[in-house]
Design a protein around this ligand. Structure first.
Ligand code: F3S
Length: 696
């Protein structure tokens, strides 16, 4: 038969209860501060903070005109002076027992007595007490403290102490033994000590109750904040009288499995432990540790589950208990039920809650509040979905994968885009791979994006459509690089010109078509034969993927003229061409790009020509007869006169002369031209009849 015993006087003392009530009664909580935690219990201080009373560490943090609660530990005199200077309202919740100590030390100090405070010098209550003394005060916590303090004093100081006397008080929560130990040590030094036992009776009663309970228990559970000095002392007392002592802060720390071993369990709690925390521990233990029907593992699991209330933000799974048009009640397998109000559920169209959910369904949700004010746990399906969507966004960020978002509105510097239940931002610069001046065109569009930043805690996500486009472009480029090889003939579009050639887009990559690779003939500028946007077929001459460079050739898509000369040109053929260059000894006629022939001056007319410029002009289209094709030296000899009838030529000359009505004496007949001015074909220097390429 198992038994649970509550130690007498456990829990809130009078002073703590009064301080909490004082704080609860404050009207303007948002303008009220507690200088240090009101009590050493996080559950209570968190609750107060939720109600608006925040903790500050110094008065400087409180704005002028606000109020400051003095906690039950009390404060020194300087605190009140500073509060007045800063025009702060003081709400004094100092425990009356502590106030009494302030009065005692203040009085004794004014009478010249030396003050000894028995306690922990770092405890706020002791610092407060010291704040009501003159500088003739010391804090001692043991016989050893007394010895070292005395040994540091001068003879003169000791004789002063002996004559003035010592006034001794105690921190309200110290052990009676400590107080006695210090008193005896001072007396043994021959000092006259006026001891006022200011240990709070509540503390003594609590400590006695704890001790008595510990003595008769197999195990002790001491409940309270680990920062609370009075609770720590209770745990010490308990440990002294019961070695199976468990010091826990709340129900979550309770080692239920371990407690199974003991038949009689004592429960004690510190002065700052709320009543509900004590009751929770006792109830759970009495409800559970005597149940032996289950296996220990199942038993523990069930208990753990039923004990633990889900926390805010936790994702839970429960069973639908009931459904109405306004809410779903969910059994979460713990002490409280969960409720999901209608507005926390995503419903499409005109569907009703009762159509979508049924009693006994398993349902997932996110905890919004562990207590919605009606004793139930407030749940949300929407927040759960948003959590899942954040998870997906986080995953997309980690994986660098893509998601689809819908642009919903324009904002400064970009747009807001939503991914399911989550809103994110796309900066202007990340909307496109081109310059975007006005983002309105994107509103309403669905964009594929990469997640460039995500901070779920702050609810912030940043997306980039540009990153997606760039990635796609890179993919396309890679495909092109993989698809094409040197010597391939590919289709391209002329994109832009430079002085040294043209850039041609061959499916996402711009290749360079150098001016020398455009034509077999000579060009001064690519525009002579190409235009922007023109579709052309080019040959891939070289590729350098590392540098991202491709060289293209256009002329290579047609045969080099000399390589097919035999197919297209024969001696004796009459061909048409354009005069591209005029020299003293003749002119060059282009038959096609890259294939020029020389018409020697003697082959221009049947009559003798003194100056070829009088007969032929650059750019003129002429007919000529092929006299010779020298494939080795790549030379073609042409004759224009061979295509002319001599009589017709003479007649034409005469007609021209008449038309010009030139005086006979000024005219210089062709046949009278000095022989030395004529440059016979055979006299043309070899270098002047060299390849047309070099001449030009
Ligand atoms: Fe006061 Fe005693 Fe509590 S001094 S604060 S009633 S422990």
């Amino acid at each position: 038969m198992k038994e649970i015993i509550r130690a007498p006087h456990s829990g809130f003392c009078f002073g703590v209860r009064q301080a909490i009530q004082t704080a609860m009664d404050v009207d303007n909580k948002s303008r009220t501060y507690s200088c240090g935690p009101l009590i050493h219990n996080r559950m209570v201080t968190d609750d107060l903070a939720e109600k608006g009373i925040n903790v500050i560490s110094s008065l400087c943090e409180a704005e002028e005109g606000s109020a400051v609660i003095v906690r039950s530990h009390g404060e020194g005199r300087a605190f009140y002076v500073q509060a007045e200077e800063r025009k702060l309202k003081v709400i004094d919740a100092t425990c009356p027992f502590v106030t009494r100590i302030h009065e005692l030390v203040s009085q004794a100090s004014s009478e010249g007595e030396y003050i000894v405070i028995v306690g922990d010098g770092s405890h706020p209550e002791v610092r407060g007490i010291k704040g009501w003394c003159t500088d003739r005060a010391v804090t001692l916590a043991s016989e050893a403290d007394v010895r070292s303090w005395i040994s540091a004093l001068t003879e003169h100081e000791i004789s002063e102490l002996s004559s003035d006397g010592i006034f001794m008080v105690a921190q309200t929560t110290i052990l009676q033994e400590t107080f006695d130990e210090v008193a005896q040590a001072l007396a043994s030094e021959g000092l006259d000590v006026k001891a006022r036992n200011t240990i709070c009776s509540a503390t003594k009663e609590r400590q006695d109750g704890c001790r008595d309970t510990a003595e008769i228990s197999d195990a002790m559970v001491v409940i309270g904040d680990k920062n609370s000095s009075n609770t720590r002392k209770l745990a010490e007392i308990s440990q002294k009288h019961c070695r199976n002592t468990f010091f826990i802060e709340n129900i979550e720390d309770l080692p239920l499995k371990e407690m199974q071993k003991y038949n009689r369990i004592g429960v004690a709690a510190g002065a700052s432990t709320p009543e509900n925390a004590i009751k929770e521990v006792i109830t759970i233990m009495s409800d559970n540790i005597t149940d032996n029907n289950l296996s220990m593992e199942d038993f523990m699991e069930d208990i753990e589950k039923s004990l633990r209330l889900p926390r805010s933000g936790e994702l839970v799974t429960g069973t639908v208990h009931s459904v109405s048009d306004k809410e779903i009640i969910v059994n979460l397998g713990c002490k409280k039920d969960g409720v999901i109000p209608l507005d926390e559920i995503t419903i499409e169209g005109d569907a009703k809650l009762t159509d979508l959910f049924h009693e006994g369904d398993e349902i997932d949700a996110k905890v919004l509040k562990t207590d919605d004010g009606d004793g139930t746990i407030l749940l949300s399906r929407k927040k759960l979905e948003a959590s899942e969507h954040w998870k997906e966004i986080n995953q997309a960020y980690e994986d660098k994968s893509l998601i689809e978002v819908e642009v919903v509105k324009q904002v400064n510097g970009g747009v807001i885009a939503v991914y399911k239940e989550v809103s994110g931002f796309i900066p202007l610069s990340q909307l496109s791979d081109r310059f975007v001046e006005d983002s309105s065109e994107f509103v309403g569009q669905t964009l594929t994006v990469k997640v460039s930043r995500v901070d779920e805690r702050r609810g912030k996500a940043v997306f980039s459509h540009k990153a997606y486009l760039n990635e796609e472009h890179q993919k396309a480029l890679k495909e092109v690089w993989e698809k094409i090889s040197v010597d391939d003939i590919v289709e391209g579009t002329v994109m832009r010109f430079t002085d040294y050639g043209a850039f041609v887009d061959i499916g996402g990559i711009d290749g360079l078509l150098h001016i020398s690779e455009i034509s077999w003939g000579k060009l001064k500028h690519p525009q002579e034969v190409l235009s922007i946007g023109q579709k052309i077929t080019v040959k891939v001459l070289s590729m350098n993927e590392e540098k991202g460079k491709i060289s293209l050739g256009l002329k290579q898509t047609v045969p080099e003229p000399w390589s097919v000369i035999d197919d297209n040109y024969h001696v004796g053929d009459i061909v048409k061409g354009k005069v591209v260059q005029i020299k003293e000894y003749g002119c060059f006629v282009e038959l096609e790009p890259g294939l020029d022939g020389l018409v020697h001056i003697s082959e221009v007319r049947h009559r003798r020509v003194a100056n070829i410029n009088d007969e032929i002009s650059q750019g003129e289209e002429v007919n000529a007869k092929i006299l010779d094709i020298d494939k080795d030296r790549r030379r073609i000899s042409l004759s224009i006169k061979a295509t002319l009838d001599p009589e017709e030529e003479a007649a034409a000359d005469a007609a021209r002369a008449a038309a010009e009505e030139a005086p006979a004496e000024e005219a210089v007949p062709a046949e009278e031209a000095p022989a030395e001015e004529a440059a016979p074909a055979e006299e043309v220097p070899a270098e002047e009849t060299a390849t047309t390429e070099e001449d030009k």
